[in-house]
Design a protein around this ligand. Structure first.
Ligand code: NAP
Ligand code: MG
Length: 487
């Protein structure tokens, strides 16, 4: 078996390979840091490699930012904030942000291919979800830049200053857009730290900032590892920290920021319940369950990783789900027919493997469709656990992979109790024919986002964020502006 495409299950259509060409994007052998509008090597000269997780091949060397580079980037952001970007009228800032949005659209194929190469996600997703949504965020917040006084935060809401923004590897460009667009629209300047395993689209976005003529220092991109992130978060010149990632690191950051006067928003993990009632349209629900947990290999903080299904329909739902999973195609992320791409890193693959083993050891029944895996790269077959109890680790801990834990319930009250039995509180899904039941459930589910008869829907106009160990603060919509204004 090659790394291209795995074989279809018996009796299925065979698809001809439909690979997107990687030639649309030019990957440089080495990338610098983006500071004060220019690319430059790290002060200490360090670099690290980013690899294609589908092949384990090295894509490029990337500069490893140290404390001096953090100083330089924060100084550049401060200068831009005080002298150029901060004083600029909102209507002028909007022009730059609109320009970034349009260039993202024009270069979307390039971005999609680069994202799939560096992250491992299927091109169908990077092309149809990540890149269009990233552009949509810039469009949406560009529209707010000259209307801040109508956002409901007073006559003349002021920006905070320099924002230090640390983002994860699961939606590299999209998370950069979620952070940069509202910050810039509100008049802040930014220092962005992308994840170590997925730096390339953030660096291409830096090039887009140059192309758009964005004033130097308004956006700076520092590549590096967790230490670079920690140095940025600690830096006294940072006024606002925005972090998306693990709850563990989020807690450390909250500790670092405490007492410093820095503003902080945290978007952390989740263990969402996707709740299916017996009156739900079953086929539609099965599509929603699949989208909920197998989209982006399950590397989604709001993934519907716990399926709560009403006991009376549990057998039929699991049966149809298994049939549907048998049709999913795992393999080459650049193939347009691929549903499941590569796991982003060996480290993440190990974590998924260990937690799945714990599921078996604790007595849950494990099932995967026939799914040969390519020889090279990081892969994990779509996996279903039935007979899961609430105390199992696979029902409590975020697996962040293509693994679904199935639990059952009998009454709506029991569904709510089980859904809320988690330290997290980011998202939930409800599948039922009854509008009144949707309202009853949404009032009781402790989750920042509740989807009804759909899942994983995103819109720049809609706020997103969590409760409890899922963090605090909202991104998206008018609420997302509040995180970058002195309100
Ligand atoms: P992570 O360690 O929290 O990484 C998120 C970002 O923070 C990365 O840019 C990371 O840099 C950086 N970072 C790491 N340590 C830091 C520190 N002490 N101070 C400041 N920044 C720091 O997450 P991960 O290791 O990539 O993933 C671990 C788990 O987190 C996953 O298995 C998943 O459960 C969860 N996760 C959640 C989300 C989400 O969207 N909520 C996203 C990703 C992961 P490096 O890239 O160099 O580590
Ligand atoms: Mg990579």
């Amino acid at each position: 078996m090659t790394a291209s495409q795995t074989q279809p299950a018996v009796g299925m259509w065979e698809y001809a390979p439909a690979p997107e060409s990687p030639d649309i994007v030019t990957i440089a052998p080495e990338y610098g840091l983006f500071v004060a509008g220019e690319f430059r090597p790290a002060g200490a000269g360090g670099t690290f490699a980013t690899v294609n997780p589908a092949s384990e091949q090295e894509l490029a060397l990337v500069a490893d930012a140290g404390p001096d580079d953090v100083d330089a980037a924060v100084a550049a952001a401060r200068h831009a904030f005080e002298h150029v970007w901060g004083p600029m009228p909102g209507s002028e800032r909007a022009k730059y942000i609109f320009r970034i949005a349009r260039i993202l659209q024009e270069r979307s194929r390039e971005f999609a291919v680069l994202e799939s190469l560096d992250n491992g996600k299927p091109i169908r997703e990077s092309r149809d979800v990540d890149i269009p949504l990233a552009a949509a965020h810039f469009f949406y917040y560009a529209g707010w830049a000259d209307k801040l006084e109508y956002a409901g935060f007073g006559q003349d809401p002021r920006p905070l200053g320099v924002a230090g923004q640390v983002i994860p590897w699961n939606f590299p460009l999209l998370m950069a857009a979620w952070k940069l667009a509202p910050a810039l629209a509100a008049g802040n300047t930014c220092v962005l730290k992308p994840a170590e395993t997925t730096p390339l689209t953030a660096l291409l976005l830096a090039e887009v900032c140059q192309q758009a003529g964005l004033p130097a220092g308004a956006v700076n991109v520092l590549t590096g590892d967790g230490e670079t992130g920690a140095a940025l978060v600690r830096h006294p010149g940072v006024d606002k920290i925005a972090f998306t990632g693990s709850t563990e690191v989020g807690k450390q950051i909250a500790g670092t920021a405490a007492g410093t006067g820095k503003r902080l928003t945290l978007e952390l993990g989740g263990k969402a319940a996707n709740i299916v009632f017996d009156d739900a349209p079953i086929e539609q629900a099965v599509e929603g369950i699949v989208n909920g947990i197998f989209f982006n290999q399950g590397h989604v903080c709001c993934a519907g990783s716990r399926l709560l299904v009403q006991e009376s329909v549990a057998d039929v739902v699991v049966d149809r789900l298994q049939r549907r999973l048998t049709t999913l195609r795992l393999g080459d992320p650049l193939d347009k027919n691929t549903d499941i791409g590569a796991i982003n890193s060996r480290q993440q693959l190990d974590k998924i493997t260990q937690l799945s083993a714990a599921g078996e050891a604790e007595g849950a029944q494990r099932w995967s469709p026939p799914c040969p895996l390519p020889d090279r790269g990081f892969w994990f077959a779509p996996t279903l656990f039935t007979g899961v109890s609430q105390s199992h680790r696979i029902a409590r801990e975020e697996i962040f992979g293509p693994v679904l834990s199935v639990l059952t319930f009998r009454t709506p009250e029991e569904a709510v109790t089980k859904a809320n039995n988690t330290p997290y509180g980011l998202s939930a899904g409800v599948w039922t024919d009854k509008g009144s039941r949707i309202l009853w459930m949404t009032q009781r589910l402790r989750a920042g986002v509740v989807w009804a008869n759909t899942y994983n829907r995103f819109d720049p106009a809609s706020p997103f964020g969590g409760y409890q160990e899922s963090g605090f603060g909202r991104e998206g919509g008018r609420h997302g502006l509040a995180a970058y204004l002195n309100v």
